[in-house]
Ligand binder design. Structure first.
Ligand code: ZN
Length: 575
C-alpha cells in the first residue's frame, strides 16, 4: 500500500507562480530578484496557512538556483534545487520560534550566520512565529538583524504582527499575506481533485473553502478528511455538509422565504429543526446574517462580485433578492446583527433567536405601514378570535350528508365571522419625518388596490405551485393545491373573496390553509383589506326526494307560481 501523503505537503507549491492567491507578494518578490534589489530582512505577516513559509522556502530556493528560468523561477533540476527538494540544503535554516524561543536557540542561529555558504549564493534563515521569541532572545537577535552579512537573508514570519516590537518592524521589508479567496482556493482544490482522480462537486469545494476561512492548509486537510470518508472517491455537497457538520445553506434560503412570506410558524419550525440537528443557535443567527448580507449584495449588480460562492448559488441569491425589498433586508440584517451581538449575554438564547425571527417575519408588514401610514388593515392576530366563537357547522365531519341545512344559513354564519374580522379600517393620522402630525388626514386615500375575479384566479394559479411544494405536511399540502382551483370564486365589494366548494372534505382542507392563502392574495393583489372566506355550499341536486310530500315541497320551492297557486286556492296535495 502506498504511503498517504497529506495534500498540503504533496501539493505544496514549488514555484512563485503556483502559490495560490498571493500574487501581489510573489510578483514583488520576483521583481526584486530580477532587479537584484532583494532586501536582507523580510517580515511575512498574515493568518495561518496562507503560504508564508511556502513563499519563504520558494524565495530561498529561487535565489540559490544555479540555472533560473527566464521568468526568474527556480529550475527545479539543478543541484541546488534538488537538494532543496530533498530538504537537504545547507543554505536554508528554519527555526520555529514557537518551540525554540530561548536565548540559546537564537545564539546558535547567530553563530551559524557567521559562516558563508559552502555552495550557492545565499543563506536564508526562516524564523516562524517570530512573535513567540522571548524578550532576551529578541535582544540577542537584534544586532545580527541590524547588520547581517551580505550573503544572509532573514525571513521572519508571524500571524500576529502587532506583537512584533517596532525595532524589528523598522528593519524589515513587510509583506502582508491576505486570506485566500474562496474562488482561488476552490479552484486549487478542483485542480488537486482532478490530479487525484476524485470526482468533486463545485459547491462542495466552495463549501470546504468557505469553512477553511482563508487558510489553504486548513482547506487541504478538510479536503483530505472528506476524501477519507468517501468510499467511492466522490466529494458531494451533501457529504461535506454531513462530515464537517455544516449548516446547509438551503435552510437559510428556506427561512428567508418564510420570513418574506410573513410565515412566522414555518420559520420557527425550521429553526427548531436546525437545533434538533445539533447546531448552535449562535451559529445559526450569524449564518442567517451572512445569508441576508449576500442577498443584499445581489440587490445591485455592482456588488454581486462580493459574493464568494459558485455561479449556481449566486443565481439563487439573485432570485431571492428579487423577492426581497432593500428595506426588508436592511432591517432584517439589523435584527440579525443585534441578536448575534447579544446572544451570549441572553438568559434564554433560544427564545432570543425566536423573537428575532418573529420580528423579521413581521417586517414586511411594518414596512408597508411605514411606507403608507394611511390605511392600516385589521391586525394579523384578528383571526385568533374564531377559537372562542361558536364554530359554524361548515367544515365538520359529523354533519350527516343528507341533513337539510339551508345554504343561506351556512353562508350567513361564515360571512358573519368574516364581518367581525373586518372592522372598519382605522385611519391613522399622517406622520411626517419629525413626528409631527400632518393636517388634513381625512383626505387620505386608501392604498388598497381593487382587483377582479380573474386577478384572484391567476394569483391562485401561482400560489398553487407554492402550496404543492410546501415543506410541512407534504401530502396534505399537495392535495390542497389540487383542490385550490376547484372552488367557485366570487369577489364582493368589500374585498371579501369567497371560495365556495360543494364538498365538505375539500372545504375543510382549503379552510386549513385559509390564512396562508389570504396572506398570499393580499400581497399578490396589493390589498391588505382582502378577506378570504372558505364556504361550503350544500348542493341540493344530490338530495333524493323519496316521498310525494318531499317532492311537492321541492317543486313548490322551485316554482313560485305553484306556491302562489296552492296558497290562493288552499290546495292540499293528496298524499
Ligand atoms: Zn535550480
Amino acid at each position: 500500500m502506498e504511503n498517504f501523503v497529506v495534500s498540503a505537503r504533496k501539493y505544496r507549491p514549488a514555484t512563485f507562480d503556483t502559490v495560490v492567491g498571493q500574487s501581489h507578494i510573489t510578483t514583488t518578490l520576483k521583481n526584486a530578484i530580477k532587479s537584484n534589489q532583494l532586501a536582507q530582512a523580510f517580515l511575512f505577516c498574515g493568518p495561518r496557512g496562507v503560504g508564508k513559509t511556502t513563499c519563504a522556502r520558494i524565495l530561498a530556493k529561487t535565489i540559490n538556483c544555479l540555472t533560473p528560468t527566464d521568468d526568474f523561477e527556480a529550475c527545479g533540476t539543478c543541484e541546488s534545487c534538488v537538494s532543496f527538494q530533498k530538504q537537504g540544503s545547507m543554505n536554508v535554516y528554519e527555526l520555529d520560534a514557537a518551540s525554540s524561543n530561548s536565548v540559546d536557540d537564537i545564539r546558535n542561529l547567530v553563530d551559524q550566520v557567521r559562516y558563508p555558504p559552502q555552495t550557492g549564493k545565499r543563506k536564508v534563515y526562516i524564523i516562524d512565529e517570530v512573535h513567540m521569541l522571548s524578550n532576551a532572545a529578541f535582544n540577542a537577535f537584534l544586532k545580527t538583524l541590524e547588520e547581517p552579512p551580505e550573503y544572509v537573508i532573514f525571513i521572519l514570519a508571524t500571524t500576529e504582527k502587532h506583537k512584533i516590537i517596532p525595532t524589528i518592524l523598522s528593519r524589515c521589508q513587510i509583506f502582508d499575506f491576505k486570506r485566500i479567496e474562496v474562488r482561488d482556493m476552490s479552484g486549487h482544490l478542483a485542480n488537486i481533485a482532478q490530479k487525484e482522480d476524485i470526482e468533486a462537486e463545485q459547491d462542495a469545494l466552495d463549501l470546504i473553502a468557505q469553512k477553511a476561512d482563508g487558510g489553504l492548509r486548513d482547506a487541504l486537510s478538510l479536503f483530505d478528511l472528506i476524501t477519507t470518508f468517501s468510499a467511492d472517491r466522490k466529494i458531494t455537497y451533501q457529504s461535506v455538509v454531513k462530515n464537517l457538520h455544516i449548516l446547509d445553506h438551503d435552510y437559510y434560503f428556506k427561512i428567508t422565504d418564510a420570513l418574506l412570506a410573513q410565515d412566522t410558524p414555518l420559520a420557527l419550525l425550521y429553526f427548531d429543526e436546525i437545533l434538533r440537528k445539533g447546531f448552535d443557535g449562535h451559529i445559526f443567527i450569524s449564518g442567517l446574517g451572512a445569508h441576508l448580507r449576500n442577498v443584499m449584495m445581489c440587490k445591485d449588480p455592482s456588488t454581486v462580485k462580493l459574493l464568494e460562492t459558485s455561479e449556481k448559488v449566486k443565481q439563487r441569491f439573485a432570485e431571492q433578492a428579487q423577492t426581497a425589498s432593500a428595506s426588508f433586508l436592511l432591517s432584517a440584517l439589523n435584527l440579525a446583527s443585534e441578536c448575534d451581538l447579544h446572544y451570549k449575554s441572553s438568559k434564554n438564547p433560544r427564545f432570543y433567536v425566536e423573537l428575532t425571527l418573529m420580528k423579521m417575519a413581521n417586517l414586511a408588514q411594518v414596512i408597508k405601514w411605514a411606507e403608507n401610514p394611511v390605511a392600516v388593515p385589521a391586525p394579523q392576530a384578528a383571526p385568533e378570535k374564531k377559537k372562542s366563537e361558536p364554530q359554524p357547522s361548515v367544515s365538520q365531519n359529523n354533519a350527516p350528508p343528507t341533513e337539510e341545512v339551508p345554504t343561506q344559513m351556512i353562508q350567513g354564519a361564515k360571512l358573519e365571522r368574516v364581518e367581525k374580522e373586518n372592522p372598519k379600517t382605522p385611519i391613522l393620522p399622517k406622520v411626517n419625518v419629525n413626528g409631527q402630525v400632518a393636517a388634513g388626514n381625512g383626505a387620505a386615500q386608501s392604498i388598497n388596490k381593487p382587483f377582479t375575479k380573474q386577478d384572484v384566479q391567476s394569483a391562485l394559479n401561482e400560489f398553487k405551485t407554492v402550496l404543492r411544494n410546501f415543506p410541512q405536511d407534504r401530502d396534505k399540502a399537495r392535495k390542497a393545491s389540487e383542490y385550490l382551483l376547484g372552488g367557485k370564486v366570487e369577489v364582493k365589494e368589500d374585498f371579501t373573496v369567497e371560495f365556495t366548494f360543494d364538498d365538505e372534505a375539500k372545504t375543510e382542507l382549503i379552510d386549513f390553509y385559509r390564512e396562508k392563502i389570504e396572506r398570499n392574495l393580499r400581497n399578490r393583489l396589493e390589498n391588505q383589506t382582502l378577506r378570504l372566506a372558505v364556504l361550503y355550499e350544500y348542493v341540493e341536486k344530490k338530495k333524493k326526494y323519496y316521498t310525494p310530500y318531499e317532492q311537492f315541497q321541492y317543486l313548490k320551492e322551485k316554482h313560485q307560481q305553484l306556491n302562489d297557486l296552492s296558497d290562493r286556492f288552499g290546495l292540499e296535495v293528496d298524499l
